[in-house]
Ligand binder design. Sequence first.
Ligand code: CDP
Ligand code: MG
Length: 140
Amino acid sequence: METTFLIVKPRAFAEGHVGGIVTEIEREGFEILGAASRRLTREEAAGLYEVHEGKPFFEPLLDFMTSGTTIGLMLRADDAIAKLRALVGATDPAESAPRTIRALYGNSKTENAVHASDSPERVERESSFYFGDCARALNI
Ligand code: CDP
Ligand code: MG
C-alpha cells in the first residue's frame, strides 16, 4: 500500500464540491486516513508550487490558492500516487477525460478543482502544510 495526498482547491470548496470529490475518491477504493481544512499562507502556496516559480502563471496561481479555504486529504491505496493522478485527470479540465475529478469539477487550468502530489517526497512535503507532525501519527 502507498499513501498519497490531495488538496481540494478554494473554488471547489466554496462551490460545495467536497462531497462529490470525496465520493469519487471513495468509489475508486482509496482509504481516507485524514482530512484537514485550512486557508494556505502565501509561503505555503509557494512551497506547494515551488517547481513552477518564475512561470507566468505562478503569481496568479498563488493568488488563487490563498483566496479561500482548502481541504487536505491523506489517502491510501495500492499504487496510490499514480492511481490518484489518473482519477484527477489532466491539468486543463477541458482536456481531462470524462468522469475525472477535474472534468467534473474544474473550471479552468488554474481553478482546476484539486491538486494531487506526484511523488513520495512531495506527499511528505505538501501534507506537512496541513498535518504538520500529525502526519507521523497518520503513519505516512
Ligand atoms: O497540477 P498538475 O500537476 O496537473 O499541473 P502542473 O503543470 O504541475 O501545474 C500546477 C498547477 O498550476 C496546475 O494544477 C494549475 O492549477 C496551475 N497551472 C496554471 O494555472 N496555468 C498553467 N498554464 C499551468 C498550470
Ligand atoms: Mg504538477
